[in-house]
Ligand binder design. Structure first.
Ligand code: FEO
Length: 399
């Protein structure tokens, strides 16, 4: 059975939801599922904006057929070729053989690489090109590396709708709701939106900043992303989040303590530090066990907080592997502008502090606090002074 929603006059959401997929990109957990959004414009010409993942193709095809209601499909605007959106592209071409594909030159190259037979079907567009579908005129705006190099966004100058590709997307299936004003975003969506942005697009902050600059010149009334909610009001709220995330500015003044602990002794020391911070008035403290918290959550939280404490046992004379993996991911995603404190543990030759300091030192604009606590196997009375100094140091660095 088809399941569609009207977005605006002439415009319909025809995507689908997947609650079955456990891991997005076979990597990031999806406890609330994911949506693959696609939109159809019914004008003098009919236009599909992006396709969908193969997993929901059957639903997607039913939705298209229902909205077209006997009409054929004239155009497909492909803003992004990653298979979670473009996998169903050839299926659409088979069912609507007259359809023309509008995309960037790079997108056409990628389509061929993925094995799609598109010869004679493609209308290549570049930055600033326009196209009229009847009443609706659109402008194509390139957005390279948000999140792949071929990406563009499409702006409907007639009604102010921006088809934003991966930008402004989120993890989470829609569960019947489509618009931002149909949900409690701060309660139910922000964590997954942040986790989506930071892990999927986080590395490309400067490219997102470039897109935000272009977007600021448009009179955008509605944002239609390829995942998650359609934004039809309060756009400033989400644009501000994107501005913060893409400029690597923390959302909150607070301390995230990430600890790697084999037998609980490093965890105990981390708890001691957290307690001291709270007793001294810094209540915004969160603790995460690096061994059992998925990297995607750690990364999202690291984008959120201003201060990060890395508390880590020494393992085989190196950084405890789950902690190493976390720091390397932070580095890969270009995370910047954080204040880092270090707490190390080791029974005979503590090394993790020095190694973590070196690794974080390779990242941009990171402030590593001089005070460092090094414990031998477990925290003792004799470590209290150093722990106090570290907590003071963290709090002073927030002023
Ligand atoms: Fe949702 Fe970059 O694809």
């Amino acid at each position: 059975m088809y399941c569609v929603r009207k977005v605006d006059e002439d415009l319909y959401w025809v995507g689908g939801n997947d609650h079955r997929l456990a891991l997005f990109e076979n990597m990031h957990p999806l406890p609330k599922g994911i949506s693959y959004n696609s939109y159809i414009l019914l004008d003098e010409k009919t236009v599909l904006f992006d396709t969908a993942d193969w997993a929901i193709c059957r639903q997607f095809l039913e939705n298209i057929k229902a909205v077209l209601n006997g009409r054929t499909l004239d155009y497909m605007v492909i803003n992004h070729v990653e298979p979670d959106h473009a996998a169903s592209l050839e299926e659409i071409m088979l069912r609507y053989p007259g359809v023309k594909i509008i995309c960037t030159k790079k997108a056409a190259v990628f389509m061929k690489q993925f094995g799609f037979h598109i010869d004679g079907k493609v209308i290549e567009v570049k930055e600033g090109d326009t196209k009229s579908f009847g009443k609706h005129n659109v402008e194509f705006i390139t957005a390279p590396m948000v999140h792949w190099p071929e990406v563009m966004v499409t702006y409907d100058t007639t009604n102010g709708v921006l088809f934003s590709a991966d930008a402004f997307g989120s993890f989470g299936a829609l569960d019947g709701k489509l618009f931002n004003d149909e949900v409690n975003f701060d309660r139910d969506w922000i964590a997954d939106a942040r986790r989506y942005y930071t892990n999927i697009v986080g590395k490309y902050g400067p490219n997102v900043q470039a897109l935000l600059k272009k977007a600021s010149k448009l009179d955008i009334k509605t944002i239609c992303p390829l995942h998650g909610l359609v934004w039809r009001n309060n756009l400033g709220y989400y644009l501000e989040k994107y501005d913060k995330w893409s400029s690597y500015e923390p959302e909150e003044k607070g301390v995230m303590i990430v600890y790697g602990s084999m037998y609980g002794n490093t965890e105990s020391a981390a708890n001691n530090l957290a307690t001291r911070l709270v007793e001294k008035g810094m209540n915004n403290v969160v603790m995460y066990d690096v061994s059992k918290t998925h990297l995607s959550h750690l990364i999202a939280e690291t984008f959120r907080y201003s201060h990060v404490v890395l508390a880590c046992v020494t393992y085989n004379m190196k950084i405890y592997p789950p902690m190493l993996s976390y720091i390397m991911d932070m580095k890969a995603l270009n995370l910047q502008n954080r204040t880092i404190a270090i707490l190390e543990n080791g029974s005979w030759a503590p090394q993790s502090g020095k190694l973590m300091r070196e690794l974080v030192g390779e990242m941009k604009n990171m402030t590593i606090l001089d005070k460092e606590v090094s414990i031998r196997s477990s925290m003792k009375e004799s470590d209290i002074n150093l722990m106090n100094e570290l907590s003071d140091n963290i709090i002073n660095s927030m002023k």
